[in-house]
Write a protein that binds this ligand. Structure first.
Ligand SMILES: Cc1cc2nc3c(=O)[nH]c(=O)nc-3n(C[C@H](O)[C@H](O)[C@H](O)COP(=O)(O)O)c2cc1C
Length: 193
C-alpha cells in the first residue's frame, strides 16, 4: 500500500469515527477489547512512562453492578432538578448495566506536575487510538467524564490507587445510531506565520 493509500484509510477512519452511547445488544468479546487495548498503547508517551491503566468491567459482573449502584446514588443526589433525579439515576444505572463493554481509563501520576500532565496527555492519545481501533473493528465508543466518573466511590469500587487520574469511562458496543457532527475548516483554526 502506498503512503497515499494509508493516508486515505486513516483519514476515513478518523473522520468517520463518532461518539456513540447507543448500542445494539450484540456482545463484545474480551479478546476484541484486549486487542484494542494492545493497539491503543502504541500512543506517544514522553519518557516512556507508559502511564495508561485500563479497568474492564465485564457485562453481568459484580463490579459492573456495584458501579451501576454507585452512579445511581450519585445521580439521584446530584441532579439539579429533583423531579428529574430519579429518572436520570435509573437511566445512568441501566446504561452501565446494559452497555456491551465498559472500560475505565486512568493516567498514572508522575514524579512532578509536569510529568503528570505529560502522562495525562499520553493517555488521551491512547484513548483516541482506542476509539479508532474500535471503529476499525466495527465498534463505537462513547468517552464519558460525566456522572460515570464523578462519584468518589468509583475508584474504591474499581480497586485503583487514589492518585491515579481518571481519564474517562468508555462505553463500547456495536453502534445503534450514526451521529453526524462537524468540524470547523483548517483556515479557521490555524494561524500561518
Ligand atoms: C475528555 C472528553 C470527555 C468527554 N466527556 C463526555 C461526556 O461526559 N459525555 C458525553 O456525552 N460526551 C463526552 N465526550 C464526547 C464529546 O462530547 C464528543 O467527542 C464531541 O461531541 C464530538 O463528537 P464526536 O466524538 O462524534 O466527533 C467527551 C470527550 C472528551 C474528549
Amino acid at each position: 500500500m502506498s503512503n497515499l493509500d494509508d493516508f486515505g484509510t486513516l483519514q476515513r477512519l478518523i473522520k468517520n469515527r463518532r461518539t456513540v452511547r447507543s448500542f445494539t445488544p450484540d456482545p463484545v468479546d474480551d479478546d476484541v477489547i484486549a486487542e484494542i487495548i494492545d493497539t491503543a498503547v502504541w500512543a506517544p508517551n514522553h519518557r516512556m512512562t507508559e502511564p495508561w491503566r485500563f479497568v474492564v468491567l465485564r457485562k453481568g459482573g459484580e463490579r459492573r453492578a456495584a458501579i451501576a449502584d454507585v452512579v445511581y446514588n450519585w445521580t439521584l443526589a446530584n441532579t439539579p432538578n429533583p423531579n428529574r433525579g430519579s429518572a436520570a439515576a435509573v437511566e445512568a444505572k441501566e446504561e452501565i448495566l446494559n452497555t456491551p463493554a465498559l472500560v475505565y481509563t486512568f493516567a498514572l501520576p508522575g514524579a512532578n506536575p509536569e510529568v503528570s500532565e505529560e502522562n495525562y496527555a499520553a493517555v488521551a492519545c491512547a484513548v483516541q487510538n482506542f476509539m479508532l481501533a474500535a471503529h476499525a473493528r466495527g465498534l463505537a465508543v462513547g468517552w464519558s467524564t460525566g456522572r460515570t466518573c464523578k462519584p468518589a466511590e468509583v475508584r474504591e469500587t474499581l480497586g485503583v490507587d487514589p492518585d491515579w487520574k481518571m481519564v474517562g469511562c468508555l462505553f463500547i458496543g456495536h453502534p445503534a445510531v450514526s451521529p453526524v457532527t462537524e468540524r470547523k475548516p483548517e483556515a479557521t483554526v490555524t494561524k500561518w506565520l
